[in-house]
Design a protein around this ligand. Sequence first.
Ligand SMILES: [Zn+2]
Length: 347
Amino acid sequence: MLYAGIAWSADGYQVEVVDADGARALPPTHWGADRVPELTRWLTGEERHPQGPCAVALESTNGLVDGVFTAAGLEVYRADPWHLGDRPDFGSVPALALAELARTGRDALAPLTAEGGGQTGRDDDYHDGIRRSAPVEAQLTEAGRWFRHGPRDRPEIALTFDDGPDPVHTRQVLDILARYDVVATFFCVGLHVRALPDEVRRIVDAGHGLGNHTWSHPFLPDLTARQFRLQLDRTSEAFDRAVGRVPAVFRPPYGSRTPETLAELLPSGPALALWDVDSWDWARQGPEKITSTVLDHTRPGSLILMHDGGGDRRQSVQALPAIIEGLLARDLAFVHADTLAGLPETL
Ligand SMILES: [Zn+2]
């Protein structure tokens, strides 16, 4: 067995692989987020390195590749802050340190599964953060900058796709939306915006909305206020470079939040857009189940959460036509998430 550590930074992923004795088994490599499918095949040993699959360790601040890796059958472990030394304000600990954790510290790390999702085992921190955030959320709501859905008395909904752009699935989603002539909003992550600017341009050119979904999809309770601020700002900068505008809405990864991080949004910045309809598409229970979950829960004003990136999204793509047809049959109009909440489209 080989042991891989995946680090993230401003320009993609760094990968180190060690053997059972802790010696470097392969040269260090660097991968842009556009090459995650290739990286996955490399880690499974299907492509380029023939030494069998790697057990992978990554940080809780890296929530973009675990779903892809577990779907490919890889053993994946999440390292939480108490397993790690000091982390930089922007980036993770070095890949070699994570590879060493994969080799020697797997019993202490959280094993991730495709069904369990990236925050497995962190329920207490998740709910504690949400509970403590209530006063800040009240302030943001008061300022009109926090919402789960739009007005219930207008026949409008917003379809949203998180964790892209993805080198494969985003284009498939765009093709289906175009076929029905409806718009959606894409909550993109900075790592992918930087690696796939053409896909972001394609989204904008087709008339869809954009949202900020952080740089590396971290579990927010594990970030300092400064680390959160950098996740937000670097992603805004990547959008600005790709399409010349900065989204006016932000969605926290997993819906996780803390008062310390949300306070960064209080004086200015994007509005916080959660959702009231969760498709659970990431759990991959079949396209029919995804469709019925969405159609059973959507009502006027709904903000519907789906995913075009961050994992195997074939079922989301397969479910989409029936979802759109079901919503159109109810005469619901598709609008951007910021429009649904009565916000301007750009900061
Ligand atoms: Zn997400």
